[in-house]
Write a protein that binds this ligand. Structure first.
Ligand SMILES: [Zn+2]
Length: 547
């Protein structure tokens, strides 16, 4: 897959490779390069939990293995409670927690919006109409600049590109001023409204289209995956032994397979080549969103043949991408992390020493509890609205009754055996943003980090650990994330650059530390961020600015 696409795209976009002659190594190599890299490559692997990283790090032999020779933070934290894709991606290159990025969830409620379900998608412009499933992709809701935006502000010659399997990954990492932004649209790569398709994207779409039109045979099962390949009944499905064979033209199966990452890395490599990123007067940035791990996790769980093959293929796709970068001779810096973690589906967990794992019961939802409150207090119409964590009081609840309804909602949610805590917006607004290590945060501190008074619910409801918000498994959706618990918060953070001496720091850091860390390596001054600069120099020198 990887080699096929890269070959297609590389041939189409071939330019002579830059000089490959290595500079002679000094007698005592410095621990970190002193000059800024020419290209920053920021990669997010969607749902790549610290637990998956720990499980597979010794099996990686290609791209991931190379990154493991760099600076490794195995205990990175998406420190907030709303561990979903959009909030997670919004922290990676902004240096800000969701409370400041404004991206509090994938979807939230805006009762003023003129659409039936009042739901707004994080990466859309709802003013253009549609609904949260048929929408106009946009950076409208991201309240802060990204690293790319800051780079362009400091030097307009910097170019910023984002390529991803999901629009929200590309938009939240790319920001407001991307030169190119392309994401998977279900059949091909698409962009924001009014963006012209460059020839390189047309070529990539033709290559991916041809691949999609052919049937796919089963992918190889690495030896270390054999023990994981064991059937499990999950609802109506049998999972656990899948190998990603698919029929010609099956775009849905393509998306939930390693092929999606292959396409994303191939397009990213082709765009670097075509735009000559890393060869201009200023440092450029490309953000890459590898989304397949998340689709595979949701569809097949984390502990079967499917995720094992996905990890092997991701390693290979990433390796092919880095090899293309090497071929250009550019001095590039790579950062790889994830938007959130996850853990395996309830059914397999129950078989594997976790009998307490549960699906959420309908009794703990806004709909059921809201209806009961409306009935008992004699309030007509809907009382509580909202999908999962964020619960909103309906605008139709009379002003004089709102405090009473909120108190009653908190009491009834908290009384649910599956609910760990329910915090009102006043309680969250009165909580200070934590400054302690993220694994020590209280639940309300976690919720505070993804609370935005303009967008969050009136009540934030957090389920107990080992209760999933998947009420019943369905095709494509057997496990999920989004909880305030560490299996959803912990992600690896890796930095690699030629000449950077590797080290491992097992203590916790945060994904909001990534932007100030990368900014420092390119000599860009940033301030006022939630994160801090991480010193990537293994020795006495410091890659962070003094003071
Ligand atoms: Zn997900």
């Amino acid at each position: 897959m990887k080699s096929l696409l890269l070959a297609l795209l590389a041939t189409a976009a071939a330019v002579p490779a830059a000089a490959q002659t290595a500079t002679p190594a000094p007698a005592t190599p410095a621990a970190a390069p002193r000059t800024p890299p020419k290209l920053v490559v920021a990669i997010s692997v969607d749902q790549f939990s610290a637990d998956l990283f720990a499980q597979y790090r010794n099996h990686f032999t290609d791209g991931m293995a190379r990154l493991l020779t760099g600076v490794v933070f195995p205990s990175g934290y998406q420190s907030h409670a709303a561990t979903e894709t959009c909030p997670g991606h919004s922290t990676i290159l902004t240096g800000m927690r969701p409370a400041h990025t404004g991206i509090i969830a994938n979807n939230w409620l805006d009762q003023k919006v003129g659409r039936a379900d009042k739901t707004v998608y994080c990466a859309e412009d709802e003013r253009a109409g549609g609904d949260h499933e048929h929408y106009t992709p946009s950076d409208l809701h991201l309240k802060v600049p990204t690293l790319g935006d800051m780079m362009k502000r400091a030097d307009p010659r910097s170019r910023v590109v984002a390529v991803a399997g999901k629009d929200r990954a590309a938009i939240m990492m790319g920001g407001h001023t991307t030169d190119q932004i392309w994401f998977w649209g279900g059949q091909n790569f698409i962009s924001l409204a009014a963006r012209q398709e460059p020839a390189v994207v047309t070529r990539a779409n033709a290559a991916v289209g041809a691949l999609l039109a052919r049937p796919q045979e089963a992918l190889p099962l690495p030896g270390y995956c054999t023990a994981l390949s064991r059937p499990i009944a999950v609802g109506e499905q049998t999972l656990g032994t899948g190998r990603f064979e698919r029929a010609a033209g099956d775009a849905k199966a393509f998306r939930a397979s390693p092929a999606l990452d292959g396409a994303v890395f191939a397009l990213a490599a082709a765009m670097i080549e075509d735009m000559k990123l890393g060869r201009g007067p200023a440092t450029d940035l490309i953000a890459v969103g590898a989304s397949a791990t998340d689709y595979v996790g949701h569809a097949d769980g984390t502990q079967g043949s499917e995720m094992c093959i996905q990890m092997a293929q991701l390693d290979e796709s990433l390796g092919g991408f880095l090899a293309e970068l090497d071929r250009t001779g550019i001095d590039y810096e790579v950062m790889l992390t994830a938007d959130h973690g996850a853990h395996d589906m309830t059914e397999r967990q129950q078989q594997r020493a976790m009998p307490m794992e549960q699906h959420v019961a309908p009794a703990a939802t806004a709909k059921i509890i809201g209806a009961a409150i409306g009935h008992d207090l004699g309030i007509a119409g809907p009382v509580l609205l909202g999908p999962e964590t964020d619960v909103y009081l309906a605008d139709s609840v009379p002003a004089a009754r709102r405090a009473q309804v909120l108190t009653e909602a908190k009491r009834r949610f908290t009384a649910q055996p599956q609910v760990a805590a329910a915090f009102t917006r006043d309680e969250l607004a009165a909580t200070r943003m934590a400054t302690t290590p993220p694994e020590t945060w209280t639940l309300i501190e976690r919720a505070r980090a993804s609370f935005d008074p303009e967008r969050s619910g009136d009540l934030i409801v957090l389920l107990r650990p080992r209760v999933t918000t998947v009420a019943a498994p369905a095709p494509g959706y057997v496990e999920t994330h989004g909880s305030p618990w560490d299996y959803d918060r912990r992600v690896p953070i890796l930095f690699w650059r030629k000449g950077l001496a590797g080290f491992e720091q097992p203590l916790s850091v945060e994904t909001v530390d990534i932007a100030p860390t990368l900014a420092a390596t390119i000599g860009l001054r940033v301030s006022g961020l939630d994160g801090r600069c991480l010193d990537l120099d293994a020795g006495a020198a410091d890659t962070c600015p003094a003071g």
